[in-house]
Design a protein around this ligand. Structure first.
Ligand code: GTP
Ligand code: IMP
Ligand code: MG
Length: 341
């Protein structure tokens, strides 16, 4: 039985979608439970040449044997939820995707408030998905819960009971976070953050699992850093420099150009500490070292790339167990057997 949490270590967009897909396809957990804020996320998932952009459905959906659950801590927009059930029809997600009765519901009012507020949309640079105003209503105890919404009845379940029962029966559970450490309402770059804590402890609470049941916390970092929206970014480089290095990027949900910077070791160390990282996944190494694209073995990485990775590992003091060398599931170096045993 292993209960694993994966969370973003930077400002989101670290490649969680890709790594979650890898873990869930390889390890085949009984349950893949989505934690995190809500449909402000944009996860990219690629397998066998197919590419999907998701906002709410757990990214591990490629594993068609897993139950896909959305925890009570996560905000649900019923339109996004239903759209994704159709969008992922080929993977039979309708029938195995369920939301907790206590998920709070985002309505048009929340998305409009998010976009209409110049403080939120311009000063903070929110995604416009209504998450902030919805979490404010939740705290004011005026928001509706999923159990009260017509048309969602067939998708409602008790996520904590399902997850804890699976663990009692010795099965594996994978909990996926969204956003990243720097966007945490508690530990991030306030006020330029999202509307909730984004760390591993909150991800556990989101799906109703106590801290004593968590075995592994995987914190994911990109080999460089990106950030969308406003706020401090100490290692930021200019768009021209980023382009020269071939590491410019655009957002999945908003299409916004991402701000780009160098890897920040001090920030990563703190992120690992507050998340209680037991392992680190490092993505996009091929974007810094194109000769490493699609490498599957550590020995196939260039000497320069290996030195870069080893230097990060030494600075943060947590084993780097997964190295991602391309967007597809197959482009992965998995060192868990040698580093964790
Ligand atoms: P958030 O929930 O928004 O944080 O999403 P995310 O962490 O899933 O990341 P997102 O999909 O927004 O952005 C990551 C981008 O990098 C996507 O386009 C992925 O397909 C891509 N990607 C992930 N891992 C790798 C990698 O190792 N190499 C390359 N070249 N691309 C990668
Ligand atoms: P909100 O979560 O939409 O309120 O946005 C608050 C801040 O978090 C903004 O800077 C957003 O760009 C950022 N943000 C929210 N979700 C994500 C994500 O999934 N990836 C990257 N940035 C995000
Ligand atoms: Mg994203």
């Amino acid at each position: 039985m292993t209960c694993t949490i994966l969370v973003g270590g930077q400002w989101g967009d670290e490649g969680k979608g890709k790594c979650i897909t890898y873990f869930c396809t390889k390890d085949k957990p009984e349950i893949i439970a989505r934690a995190g804020v809500g449909p402000n996320a944009g996860h990219s998932v690629e397998c066998n040449g197919e590419k999907y952009g998701l906002r709410l459905t757990p990214s591990g959906f490629f594993n068609t044997d897993s139950r896909l659950l959305i925890g009570a801590g996560v905000l649900v927009n019923p339109d996004v939820f239903k759209h994704e059930l159709e969008y992922l029809n080929k993977y039979n997600v309708d029938g195995r995707t369920f939301i907790d009765a206590n998920c709070a519901i985002i309505t048009e009012k929340h998305t409009q408030a998010d976009k209409a507020s110049s403080y939120l949309s311009e000063k903070i640079g929110t995604t416009g998905s209504g998450c902030g105003p919805a979490n404010a209503d939740r705290i004011n105890r005026t928001i509706d819960y999923a159990k009260d919404i017509e048309g969602l009845e067939e998708y409602i379940t008790d996520v904590p009971s399902e997850v804890n029962k699976a663990l009692d029966e010795g099965k594996d559970v994978f909990i996926e976070g969204s956003q990243g450490f720097g966007l945490s309402l508690y530990y991030g770059t306030y006020p330029f953050v999202t509307s909730k804590d984004t760390c591993a402890s909150t991800a556990a609470a989101d799906v109703g699992v106590g801290p004593t049941r968590i075995d592994e916390v995987v914190v994911i970092f990109k080999a460089y850093t990106t950030r969308v929206g406003e706020g401090p970014f100490p290692t930021e480089i200019t768009p021209e420099e980023a382009e020269k290095m071939g590491i410019e990027e655009y957002g999945v949900v908003t299409g916004r150009k991402r701000r780009v910077g160098l890897f920040d070791k001090e920030f990563a160390k703190r992120s690992c500490m507050i998340n209680g990282a037991t392992q680190v996944a490092l993505t996009c190494i091929d974007r810094l070292y194109p000769e490493c694209y699609q490498a599957n073995k550590y020995e196939d990485l260039s000497q320069e790339a290996r030195e870069y990775i080893e230097d990060i590992e030494e600075s943060i003091g947590v084993p780097i167990t997964i190295i991602s060398t391309g967007p597809d599931l197959a482009d992965t170096i998995d060192l868990r057997d040698e580093k964790l045993n």
